[in-house]
Design a binder for this molecule. Structure first.
Ligand code: FMN
Length: 172
């Protein structure tokens, strides 16, 4: 499949079956995150692979809304970034998440980005702090987001080139 075909096929998937994701596919998704470019090649990201149901449930409550899919996910990958290694932790984490999201789609694994940075839990705690407490992380770590993964129980149609809004492009 070409990169454009993968980009068109990629959709956010939030409902999953109880099936296990094959281990080799998780490895490939992690390879995509670890191979993502980072500013000055600082590589500040660390990838926490979560299969434990209790932790998945806690992560699903890290935000007031938009994180419930994590409760029924087979696996979640929390991307922690060491903000002392790179002041570009937001960019570096985002690119890693996007690469892993694309790789999951290429492998027919349902995936969805769950935003943590700038979000709050139902009891008004910073989502990042809720997540860091779960794993007892040092304060230097930051969390842009979590990738939720599972075998899709339903998947929206892929994107189409006709959706592109060409008015957003300017040539000079
Ligand atoms: C930065 C970013 C944050 C996102 N955060 C969430 C989120 O917290 N919860 C969620 O269900 N989807 C989240 N998404 C998924 C978007 O809602 C989704 O990509 C968008 O609606 C387009 O749909 P598609 O991915 O199926 O093309 C996020 C996506 C991005 C890029």
């Amino acid at each position: 499949m070409s990169l454009l075909e993968i980009i068109l096929k990629r959709r956010s998937v939030r409902t999953y079956t109880d099936e296990e994701i094959p281990e080799n596919k998780i490895e490939k998704i992690l390879q995509a995150g670890l191979l993502a470019p980072t500013s000055r090649n600082r590589k500040p990201c660390e990838f926490y692979v979560v299969k434990d149901k209790e932790i998945l449930e806690k992560l699903s409550k890290s935000k007031a809304s938009g994180s419930s899919m994590l409760e029924n996910a087979n696996t979640a990958i929390v991307v922690f970034a060491d903000s002392e290694k790179a002041d570009t932790w937001i960019e570096d984490s985002s690119i890693a998440l996007a690469y892993m999201d694309l790789m999951a789609n290429e492998l027919d694994i349902g995936s969805c980005w769950c935003q943590s940075h700038l979000r709050f839990s139902a009891d008004n705690k910073k989502s990042e702090e809720v997540i860091k407490e779960i794993f007892s992380m040092d304060s230097k770590y930051r969390v842009v987001g979590i990738l939720s993964l599972g075998i899709a129980s339903s998947k929206p149609e892929g994107h189409n080139l006709s959706e592109i809004d060409e008015s957003k492009i300017s040539y000079f």
